[in-house]
Ligand binder design. Structure first.
Ligand code: PHE
Length: 473
């Protein structure tokens, strides 16, 4: 649309919105379980190093490209490369990736919303039955819940950057922090909680191998919402006076702090339910944990605090995950919306409508691919396994392509946009950054080893996922 580009109203608004994107389902469940299974404190240390040494520089690249171009990712790649065709391809990837991730993330958010609703209406006992999840995801109720989630996302996004995204983040994120702290406090008071804390924090370096390292880096990368065009798009809504490096550091810190704190909630809860839990046997998938394992743990609380008490704790947990998911969903859906608005000069509401319809159609196809429809359930097969439509979207867009997008943005800023322009853009509004050690580090790393590492992770993931072979033995 012509006219001034929308902007975040304050620095804290931008930071909360970007942190809202970064804090998602992965932080609250995937990270703690992954850490506990893969070396505890040793994993945490490695993860923290990856966040600072690899992810933060990539976040700076994304935010500064967005802020400088003041465009959606496609427009940013195009304008800063003087219309080079191959860079437009990278731009397209940065729009298609978030759109497809939004599709399957919508499906998971719908399940969370459904579980929340059913807990509030008194059905925690039903959800705690391990067979419920399978029936739940194939029931027609899903479409009602989907309408609910789509309405919430629409309501937020139609308000625009300041009145929609920023306002929602300012409300949801602090509430999420409070709920998380409440739950941590409650869980730590349960019997055997400390056993869980021990498992989470005591380092076991013998667990660290090439695939754990690869996994930790991928987890850090996607947890910070990198490679999805989000930080380019959100960066395009801040002005030249904003301090990009300072804000990015706070976003990374918030995201990591929430993931770390979530571990103090999830592991003690698991161990107080069963002090003899062997974390190696816990499911790696966040989905299994959230929808089958945790409801059982919540229900067991009824022995000490009664059914209503147990339902309240479960509801707070699901509300917290729902808030985390909504702010991520909003951020990722904003990318194609911004692209349609910028590239086709469309208004916000028509863009939301067109993309919303398309997203719902694809999300319905995903929702039907858990056994409801045979064709979608056994869509393709690779690496010796049958894959559903949902699996394909998940594998390709969530699990594979992000490091490739990260590789592309690094090469782009240093070799196409050029290092001195990238540096100048980062210096703007950032007094403390100029001449700092971190500036020198970013200067060297983004053009050298960071893209090399990201490319290796990408190639290895393709080899493992689609061909069943690992580069690292
Ligand atoms: N960081 C998010 C998470 O942990 C990743 C994400 C962002 C996913 C936006 C979807 C949309 O879940």
């Amino acid at each position: 649309m012509s006219g001034a580009r929308e902007q975040f109203g304050s620095r804290i608004g931008f930071i909360l919105a970007a942190a809202g994107s970064a804090v998602g389902i992965g932080n609250l469940v995937g990270f703690p379980v992954g850490a506990a299974k893969n070396g505890g404190g040793a994993f945490l240390l490695m993860y923290a190093i990856f966040v600072v040494a690899i992810c933060l520089p990539v976040m700076l690249a994304e935010m500064s490209v967005g802020r400088h171009a003041r465009k959606d990712p496609l427009g940013a790649y195009r304008d800063l490369s003087n219309n080079a065709t191959h860079w437009k391809l990278a731009g397209w990837l940065s729009i298609i990736t978030p759109f497809m991730i939004a599709v399957f993330y919508l499906v998971i958010t719908v399940w969370i919303f459904g579980y929340l609703y059913e807990i509030i209406t008194g059905d925690l006992d039903i959800l705690a039955n391990p067979d419920t999840f399978g029936t739940f995801i194939n029931s027609e109720k899903i479409f009602v819940y989907m309408a609910g989630v789509v309405a919430v996302v629409y309501l937020i996004l139609q308000g625009g950057v300041k009145e929609g995204i920023e306002k929602a983040a300012k409300l949801l994120m602090p509430t999420l922090f409070i709920m998380l702290l409440l739950l941590v406090g409650f869980v730590l008071m349960q019997d055997n909680a400390m056993k869980g804390v021990e498992f989470y924090l005591v380092p076991d370096f013998s667990k660290i191998n090439a695939s754990v390292i690869n996994g930790a880096l991928s987890q850090a990368f996607f947890s910070l919402s990198l490679g999805m065009g989000i930080m380019i798009t959100y960066g395009s809504y801040i002005d030249k006076r904003a301090d990009v490096p300072g804000s990015a550091k706070l976003v990374a810190l918030t995201d990591t702090a929430v993931a770390f704190t979530a571990g103090l909630m999830i592991l003690p809860a698991i161990f107080s339910f069963d002090p003899n839990t062997n974390p190696d046997e816990l499911s790696e998938s966040s989905i299994g944990m959230i929808f089958t394992f945790l409801p059982k743990i919540f229900l067991a609380l009824q022995d000490s605090i009664g059914y209503v008490g147990a339902s309240i704790v479960a509801a707070i947990f699901f509300l917290q995950v729902f808030f985390a998911a909504i702010t991520s969903l909003v951020s990722i859906f904003e990318v194609p919306v911004a692209a349609l608005m910028d590239e086709k000069d469309m208004g916000r509401k028509p863009a939301l409508f067109v993309l919303g319809v398309l997203m719902v159609v694809l999300a319905v196809l995903c929702a039907l691919s858990f056994g409801y429809n045979a064709f979608l359930t056994e869509f393709v097969s690779y690496a010796g396994a049958k894959k559903s439509f949902f699996d394909v979207v998940y594998d390709v867009f969530y699990d594979t392509i992000l490091p490739l997008n990260g590789f592309l943005i690094c090469i782009f800023v240093i070799y196409r946009w050029k290092k001195h322009n990238f540096n100048k853009a980062l210096d703007e509004g950032a007094e403390n950054y100029k001449g700092s050690f971190f500036e020198k580090y970013v200067d060297v790393s983004v053009g050298t080893f960071i893209p090399v590492i990201l490319l290796l992770v990408f190639i290895n993931t393709v080899a493992v996922k689609y061909f069943g072979h690992s580069l690292f033995g």
